[in-house]
Design a binder for this molecule. Structure first.
Ligand SMILES: [Fe+2]
Ligand SMILES: [Fe+2]
Length: 475
């Protein structure tokens, strides 16, 4: 075990070979990580050679090196963006002071919690997606799934690096616990609810990577502002990889829609039964999946009013999305923000102290960002000349966290009775029948250049390779 040369085996820019303590910690953790990957990583894929992107450095030439590798041999590296000279804290009560190169004692518990919560989502999504390879719609898509999976593994490494390097014994214990929790397991589940949901089919996977990986983007952006400099630099580099995950989701849904509208035009029908008989996913079903993934994901931002959110901001642990580009005072004391409440049987806005509403601020920024891709999906439908529009539901729809949890709200934002909810919920959220239908379409297609009937081919391949390139060698 101790014979492994970590500076070769783990590409890194953190001087791993010169940090004995860190090396020892990783020497203990790495075999456990690999055994987690064997148990919970992509099902039945251990022997495939997959055309993957590997980061070997943070510069433009090094962060995306492509080649066929076996996933258990993937070089999960540790990378921090280059340090900014004399970086200063740029928000909260410590604004103007030097950024921290180590963890201040008074913020230790909160920082550890933030890092563990982020870290927990990374292996969780690999677990959620582990069976999807068995029903991939093409080799191209299978490769994209595996790329997302290995990079989520690397994001776990990124968080474990911080835990090992800066949090001593507690950090090592947390790093072990990250390999012990399991998505959806009753007695030891993952920390956040959306990461305990199943990702049972590829439409769910594309919705997940579009909506839920985008939550990852917003959390990472907020942490990239942190006063704790190693966290800021680590998350900045993670963001470069995250972009591909959201691309997989956006282009995946877009291709499903393309195939559906082509079939609608070919058959000259919008009849759901006829479209299902033709083996494509009808647009109302796509809307219901969208409603589900959007609403479950916006819960991830937490309660609309939160004293923790205020503490994290004021103490400099977690900033806002694009904190540096904002022109206010970056302290936010005495400022207010509008959140929703239910009064007189309807949703009303109320002003609350902005510091307490920072979860809502981040959620609203997320919602604005996620609407962009939905509009691009609508363009595919428009181009086909079909009068149908997808939209994100009202943010109060189907919420499980915060003031709005427990209130029944329609996708267009009306507070409704339980009776109306029960009468309409099958139009708004995927039904058992929808899920069974989508599941019935899932069958493994792996011949290069071939695609399942329910999805259009991509416009181009990965890394300028052809669409029918051999992305996976099955051996
Ligand atoms: Fe990630
Ligand atoms: Fe991701």
């Amino acid at each position: 075990m101790s014979g492994i040369n970590y500076s070769e085996k783990i590409p890194n820019n953190v001087n791993l070979s010169e940090d004995r303590t860190l090396q020892r910690a990783l020497e203990h953790w790495q075999p456990n990580y690999l055994s987690w990957w064997q148990d919970m990583g992509p099902d039945g894929s251990q022997n495939f050679d997959v055309y993957l992107r590997t980061a070997v450095s943070v510069d433009p030439q090094g962060w995306a090196q492509f080649g066929h590798v076996k996933m258990p041999d993937y070089r999960w590296g540790i990378f921090l963006n280059p340090a900014e000279a004399d970086r200063k804290i740029h928000f909260g009560d410590h604004m103007g002071e030097a950024a921290w190169q180590d963890v201040p004692g008074e913020h230790r518990a909160n920082l550890r919690r933030i890092i563990v919560t982020q870290g927990d989502t990374e292996p969780a999504s690999v677990e959620q997606q582990r069976h999807l390879g068995l029903t991939c719609p093409s080799q191209y898509d299978l490769r994209n799934l595996f790329q997302v999976n290995v990079e989520e593994g690397r994001h776990l490494w990124a968080m474990v690096y911080l835990l090992h390097k800066y949090f001593g014994r507690d950090g090592r214990e947390e790093a072990e616990a990250l390999l012990e929790r399991r998505s959806g397991q009753e007695d030891n589940p993952r920390i956040l609810e959306a990461f305990n949901e199943k990702t049972p089919d590829w439409l769910s996977f594309f919705m997940f990577t579009y909506f839920t990986d985008r939550d990852g983007k917003f959390q990472l952006c907020a942490l990239a502002e942190s006063a704790f400099d190693p966290l800021a630099r680590t998350t900045k580099f993670m963001l470069t990889e995250e972009a591909h995950h959201m691309f997989v989701g956006e282009s995946g849904v877009s291709r499903v829609i393309q195939r559906t509208v082509d079939m609608m035009n070919q058959l000259k029908t919008d009849d759901v039964a006829k479209l299902r008989a033709a083996g494509v996913i009808d647009l109302p079903t796509i809307q219901r999946y969208l409603n589900f993934h959007f609403s479950v994901t916006i819960d991830l931002f937490g309660a609309d009013q939160s004293s923790n959110a205020a503490t994290f901001y004021s103490s400099g642990l977690k900033g806002r999305y694009e904190e540096g580009k904002r022109t206010d005072d970056h302290v936010l004391k005495g400022q207010s923000y509008k959140v929703l409440e239910v009064s007189n049987g309807q949703l009303n806005e109320k002003e609350v102290p902005m510091l307490n509403a920072l979860n809502e601020v981040l959620r609203d920024d997320y919602i604005t960002d996620s609407k962009g891709g939905v509009e691009r999906w609508n363009r595919v439908i428009d181009k086909a000349g079909i009068p149908f529009r997808l939209s994100v539901p009202h943010k109060a729809f189907h919420r499980n966290i915060g003031t709005l949890s427990g209130t029944k709200v329609s996708p267009d934002g009306r507070v409704i009775s339980d009776a109306e909810w029960n009468a309409k919920v099958n139009e708004w959220l995927p039904t058992g029948e929808d899920r069974a239908y989508v599941a019935s379409l899932m069958g493994r297609v792996v011949e290069p250049g071939k695609f399942a009937n329910w999805i259009a081919p991509p416009v181009m391949g990965i890394n300028r390779q052809a669409v029918d390139f051999e992305y996976i060698r099955f051996n």
